[in-house]
Design a protein around this ligand. Structure first.
Ligand code: ZN
Length: 487
C-alpha cells in the first residue's frame, strides 16, 4: 500500500507549533518502508536496527533508554514530562511492527503528549497509549521455583517476552514458534523449573508505583512474591500503541501488532472499510475474530507440550487453546452483551471484602471492575482447589487496576486503592497455595499490558479541526489513528 498523497499535508497540519502542547509526535510509513517520526521541533527517519537519520531539527525520539524514569524518585519528580525530556524505547522496532499491518495500520499515528487531557473524546485523568517509556512500562516480577531471589534488579524486558517466558518455565520451550518477536527470559527463570506457572496481569499497573508500594508495605502480597524472586526496575516494555488489547495479545502470543493484527483498541479494516472495535467489554469474547490466522498462543504452546496438562485463561480476552476460559463461557452463553451477559450473576460489589468501598460507592466503573475481579478470584480458587487438578498454566487478568489508574493517574488515591484491592485478592490466592502446601512449587509472574501517566486538566484541545482546515479528509479512530480518505 503506497503512501497516501495527503500524508504530507496531514503531517504539516499536525506538527504546527500551535498543537505542540497536545501532539507529542506523529509517525507514518514512508515509501521505502522506513518510519518517519515528526513534531514541531524536528523529524527523523527510522529503520530497524539502524541509527536514526535526522531529517531536520531535533529527532523526536532521540532518547531511547528503556531505563529512563525507572528510578521511582525520578519518575515522581518529573511526572508527564514533555517530548524533549521523555524517552522512547525501541522506537524503530515498535513503530515498524505497527505499520507492518498495512491493511489495518493508520496512515498517520498521532501520539498525545503525556499531559493532553481529552475527556470529550474519551480521555481520562490518567492515560496510556503513547510510545513513551512511562506509558509503555508494565511491571515484571517473577517468583518461585527457577527464579533467583535477587530483589529489584536494573534490567528490563518486553511485553512480547511474557508468554515465551511462562512457556519455558513450565518446560514447553520446545513448542515455541521459531520466529517470535519476544524471547523466553531464561536468564530470569530456569527452563522447566516448575510444574505450575501462574501469570498475573494487573491491567495498567504503573510499574514504579507498584514496586514503591511493595517496599512501603502497602502491597504486602506483592512483597511476599518479591521475597522469593525478582522484579525488573525497567519493567516490560509494551508494544505500540501501549493499549490494552494490543498488549494482552502481544504478551500471550509473543509477537507484536504487525503480526498478530490487533493493532489498536479500534482500527479501520482497509479491506472492508469498516471501523473495528475489538477492545470493548461487549466484544472481548470475540478476540479470535480479529487476530491473524496462524498466530499461536501460550495456551497452545503449553497444552501442546503435554495435552494432559490443563491451561486456564481467567477474565482474559486472549484464550485460544485454553482448557478453561471465562470468555469461552461467555461465548457459550450466546449473548450479544459479551462480558455484560454475566452482570446479573456477578457478586455484589458493596459487600466485597477485597475492594476499597469508598470508590465502589462513588464510581460505577470501579464497582463493575470489583465485581469482575471478585469473580475472577472465585474462578482462580476453583481452578486451584487441588494440586492434582490445577492447570500447568493459569493466566489471571485483573481489570480494576486500569480503572483506578484512569480515574486518577499513577500515585493517586483510586489507583493505589485498586492496587491494594488486587493485592488482597492475590493474598487470598497465595494463602490457598500455602494451605495446599505448594507455595514453594508454583512460579508466579506478575506483569501488566502498559503503564500510565497523569494528564493535566489544563492541557486541552483536539487536532481534527487543524486537519479539516488543511483540507485533509480523514477518519480519526482512537483518537490518534488517522486514516486519510481516498481522494
Ligand atoms: Zn490495559
Amino acid at each position: 500500500m503506497g503512501v497516501h498523497p495527503d500524508t504530507g499535508r496531514a503531517v504539516e497540519a499536525l506538527t504546527q507549533q500551535r498543537l505542540a502542547p497536545i501532539v507529542d509526535l506523529v509517525a507514518y510509513r514512508a515509501d521505502d518502508g522506513a518510519v518517519v517520526v515528526a513534531n514541531s521541533a524536528g523529524a527523523a527517519r527510522l529503520r530497524v536496527g539502524l541509527p536514526a537519520e535526522v531529517l531536520h531539527g531535533r529527532n523526536p525520539v532521540a532518547d531511547t533508554d528503556p531505563m529512563r524514569f525507572a528510578d521511582y524518585a525520578a519518575e515522581a519528580a518529573d511526572p508527564s514530562p514533555p517530548n524533549e525530556r521523555h524517552a522512547y524505547p525501541y522506537p524503530d522496532l515498535r513503530l515498524a511492527s505497527l505499520f507492518a499491518a498495512v491493511d489495518r495500520a493508520p496512515d498517520v499515528a498521532v501520539v498525545h503528549t503525556a499531559r493532553h487531557y481529552f475527556p470529550e473524546q474519551g480521555g481520562h485523568a490518567g492515560e496510556h497509549g503513547s510510545l513513551n517509556v512511562v506509558q509503555s512500562r508494565a511491571p515484571l516480577l517473577l517468583s518461585g521455583p527457577g527464579v533467583a531471589a535477587r530483589g529489584v534488579v536494573d534490567d528490563h524486558a518486553r511485553v512480547v517476552d511474557v508468554g515465551p517466558t511462562m512457556a519455558a518455565a513450565v518446560g514447553a520451550a520446545e513448542r515455541l514458534p521459531t520466529c517470535l518477536d519476544g524471547r523466553p527470559r531464561t536468564d530470569l527463570v530456569a527452563p522447566g523449573a516448575t510444574r505450575w506457572v501462574v501469570g498475573l496481569l494487573w491491567d495498567g499497573a504503573n510499574a514504579g508505583d507498584l514496586l514503591h508500594l511493595a517496599g512501603t508495605g502497602a502491597l504486602p502480597h506483592v512483597a511476599r512474591l518479591l521475597e522469593r524472586g525478582l522484579a525488573l526496575r525497567g519493567g516490560a516494555v509494551a508494544e505500540f500503541p501501549s493499549l490494552t488489547l494490543v498488549n494482552h495479545t502481544s504478551a500471550l502470543t509473543g509477537v507484536g501488532p504487525g503480526r498478530h493484527g490487533v493493532v489498536g483498541n479500534a482500527y479501520v479494516d482497509r479491506v472492508t472499510g469498516e471501523t473495528v472495535v475489538p477492545n470493548d467489554s461487549r466484544t472481548w469474547h470475540r478476540w479470535a475474530d480479529w487476530v491473524r490466522p496462524g498466530t499461536s498462543t501460550v495456551f497452545e504452546w503449553v497444552g501442546g507440550s503435554d495435552p494432559a496438562r490443563g491451561t486456564a485463561s481467567v477474565n482474559e480476552p486472549v484464550d485460544r487453546g485454553a482448557t478453561y476460559s471465562t470468555m469461552g463461557l461467555i461465548r457459550a452463553s450466546g449473548s450479544a452483551e459479551g462480558a455484560h451477559a454475566l452482570d446479573s450473576m456477578l457478586p455484589d460489589p458493596t459487600t466485597s471484602r477485597f475492594a476499597t468501598q469508598r470508590f465502589v460507592r462513588v464510581d460505577p466503573d470501579y464497582a463493575w471492575a470489583t465485581q469482575v475481579d471478585d469473580i475472577g478470584l472465585e474462578q482462580v480458587l476453583q481452578l486451584w482447589e487441588r494440586p492434582a487438578d490445577a492447570p500447568a498454566l493459569l493466566w489471571w487478568n485483573t481489570v480494576g487496576t486500569d480503572t483506578g489508574h484512569h480515574a486518577g493517574g499513577p500515585r493517586s488515591a483510586p489507583s493505589r486503592a485498586a492496587l491494594a484491592d488486587a493485592d488482597r485478592r492475590l493474598g487470598a490466592f497465595l494463602d490457598r497455595l500455602d494451605a495446599l502446601g505448594v507455595a514453594d512449587d508454583v512460579t508466579v509472574l506478575l506483569t501488566a499490558d502498559h503503564g500510565f501517566e497523569a494528564a493535566d486538566p489544563g492541557v486541552r484541545g483536539e487536532w481534527g479541526t487543524a486537519l479539516a482546515d488543511a483540507g485533509v479528509a480523514h477518519r480519526d479512530v482512537g483518537p490518534g489513528f488517522v486514516y486519510l480518505e481516498p481522494r
